[in-house]
Design a protein around this ligand. Sequence first.
Ligand SMILES: C[S@@+](CC[C@H](N)C(=O)[O-])C[C@H]1O[C@@H](n2cnc3c(N)ncnc32)[C@H](O)[C@@H]1O
Length: 243
Amino acid sequence: MHLFDECAENYDQFRRGSAPYLFSIVSLLKKHNTVSLLDIGCGTGNLFYQLSHHWHGKYIGLDISEKMLRKAQEKQVPAHWICADVRNIPSYNNSFDGITGIYILHLLENIPEVLKECRRVLKRGWIAFVSAPHHFITNHPLNQYFPSFSEIDARRFPKEQDIIEMLLNESFYNVHCEYYILVRDWLSEEYLQKIESKFISTLRLLPQNEFEKGLTKMREELSKGMTNKLIPWESVLIIGFCN
Ligand SMILES: C[S@@+](CC[C@H](N)C(=O)[O-])C[C@H]1O[C@@H](n2cnc3c(N)ncnc32)[C@H](O)[C@@H]1O
């Protein structure tokens, strides 16, 4: 069973928020006349669900978790879903005009190997990854409750500069980053429920006693009325092009 098989049931309840990078992806799709898009690690299909209101091309969602894909299918959007490992994409060379990967890079053991595979199935086109910026991970707002949080993610998430270099090594050009900041509610009852559900995979990697201690601290602060604080939530879109 894959890690995300465990998350599939509740994933959309807690991870279906607005995506600040959505319109940059729409603009890539339109500006480059993208007809076919492969979304690697598509999960429950949230990207296409949002894109389908703005773009009407051929979307292929690929994920290793059958259960995540089953949730994607329930959305009944006009997409093709493939259950496969991104290290071995079951498609011919030069099949797609664009590739997206939203929060998948930190789950891959060998990113260059995956970029090579992406390059193989891409025609002349573009690739775009969403990830967490390293400066955000280092100052992550959850670290004040879970002291290992930043350390765990700093080990998992590749630095933006490293991703750029890996893309350049695979002959992508005009590789660059776009940064986004979303202001979010903090310490609401709703947010605590998300934490309890371990809606971010990092929470599943914390020692259980640290998780419980952090949750108790959050509950105490909430009960003292320290509610409705706002915090910045940051993401980065890393884009590259190929001939
Ligand atoms: C954090 S989720 C993101 C899902 C979706 N992109 C989103 O933004 O909601 C990461 C997804 O990558 C998938 N994944 C992880 N490793 C994979 C691999 N080697 N091949 C294909 N999918 C993979 C997981 O099953 C999971 O659905």
